[in-house]
Write a protein that binds this ligand. Sequence first.
Ligand code: DAH
Length: 341
Amino acid sequence: MKEQLKNILAQALEVINAATSREELENARVKYLGKKGELTAILRGMGTLSAEERPIVGQLANEVRAELEKAIDDASVKLAEAALEQQLKAEKVDVTIPGKEVSVGHRHPMYIALDEIKEIFIGMGFTVLDGPEIEFAELNFDRLNADEGHPSRDWSDTFYFDKDSKVMLRSQTSPMQVRAMDTMELPIRIVAPGRVYRKDEVDATHSPMFHQVEGMVIDKGVTMADLKGTLNTVVEQLYGKGTKTRFRPHHFPFTEPSCEMDVQCHKCGGVGCPTCKGEGWIELLGAGMIHPRVLEMAGIDTNVYSGWAFGIGLERTAMRRFKIADLRLIFENDVRFLEQF
Ligand code: DAH
């Protein structure tokens, strides 16, 4: 039996050391040490031995088992190391190959203009507000003093959600004035940028969706002089010192008096050219003193408080700021266009 054990040991070691894969190693383990393995078979047969021989053979069998287990462990470590080495060799990185260029995103020119506008107003103590694009007609029209017959309320101009014309895509950012009056403590200084929607066909100067920035101040003793002074300051910061403005009378339901503000043409300096269509001036925004009825509907005492407001088209501001000729370029988001700013 001792001879048998020694033979098994020698044979098994040979098989184990020759193993070139985990599988071969596992097969060897099963063959010699498994339940039906050769070593196990010998241990089973020990009952036939004499009482003197049994412990000796038993001890030898245990030694053989221990030696085989160790050999298997060692071989498995070696195999793992070899496998890793091979993997590392296969995955070797050639650091001399040129890398892939990562293209970095770019701020949209309109948002560059918006950030500049926000920056200027924040510097003057204004708060920036965000509001819903789906708005109640009550806030978009009634609370802004636009009565039932006002043309902008027409179905051909406005995107309504319901037959009763109660909910709509806001057609202006002006309802943010009402939202501010309803929720904020006086005095109020806010700007509210966002998308607005009108049933317009797309062309070089129109889009059914565009952006406005609303601005509003309500405080004691606020006058038209504050409006002009503030907007002149904004225009000079946006377009450069000395940029001239012009205020023309106009009509909006929610302001009285109302005006439109023009900026002197940057191309011709006011002489008249194709950019300003010969006018010398370019229209920039609508503004005015908040109509007392609008303040009263918000429960504000018009004997104590007054205010002014403005609404500016953001696309137009960006187009002027960056000398962009066609509105559609702003929405197409062609990278070759965007990369220029
Ligand atoms: N909401 C107006 C429009 O879309 C613009 C406007 C004019 C806003 C005068 C104002 C304002 O706040 O005072 O045409």
